[in-house]
Ligand binder design. Sequence first.
Ligand code: 5GP
Length: 191
Amino acid sequence: MKALEEKILKDGVVLNEDILKVGSFLNQQLDTEFIMEMGKEISRIYSNDNVTKILTIETSGIPIAFSAGVEIGCPVVFAKKSKSTNVSGNLYTSSVYSFTHNETYQIMVPCEFLSKDDRVVIVDDFLANGKALNGLIDIVNKSGAKLIGCTCAIEKGFQKGGDTLREQGYRIESLAVIDEMDSTHITFRCN
Ligand code: 5GP
C-alpha cells in the first residue's frame, strides 16, 4: 500500500535495528481516516473470499481490524492477553512470546466467538518473528474455522516471520513490507 509506505517514511521512527515506532498514527495516537483507508485495502484484498470474521489481538491490532470489519461487513474478535472477570466459559488459548516485551503470555478467545463455519482473516499491526500470528493461527485451527489469510499493516521482512509462514503455505498479505531499516533509511519490498 503506497500510502502506508509514504506514511512510514514521513512519520515512522526507527528506534533501533529491530523496532519501528509508529505511535503518531497507529500505536498511540490513531489517524482515524488513514486507518479506515487500511480497512478498505484489506477489504479489497479479500473481496472474493466471503470472510465472516476478522480475528486480531489486543491492543494495537484492534483499530485496523475494526476498520477492516467495517469495510468487509463482518464482526471483529480480539484475543485478550490476560484473563479478566468478563472473560468466562470455554476458551481457545495459545501461548505467544513477545520479543518487544520479552515475555510469554497466554492469549484467549471465548469459544462462542469462533466456529467451524467461520472464514477468518487475521489482522495485526506488525509482523516481526510471527509469534503473534502463530498464536492466532493456532486458535483458528482449534476452533475448526477456515483461515483465509493474514494481513499485518507493517511486516518487517528482515525478521523472517512472514516469509516462514508463506513457506508453510499460509496466505500472508502485508500492507507494507520493510526489507531494511536503520536511522537513515527504510527500504520497502517491491511487490
Ligand atoms: P511477532 O509476534 O511477529 O514477533 O511480533 C508482532 C507483535 O509485536 C505485534 O503484535 C506488535 O505489537 C509487536 N511488534 C513487533 N515489532 C514491532 C515494531 O517494530 N514496532 C511496534 N510498535 N510493535 C512491534
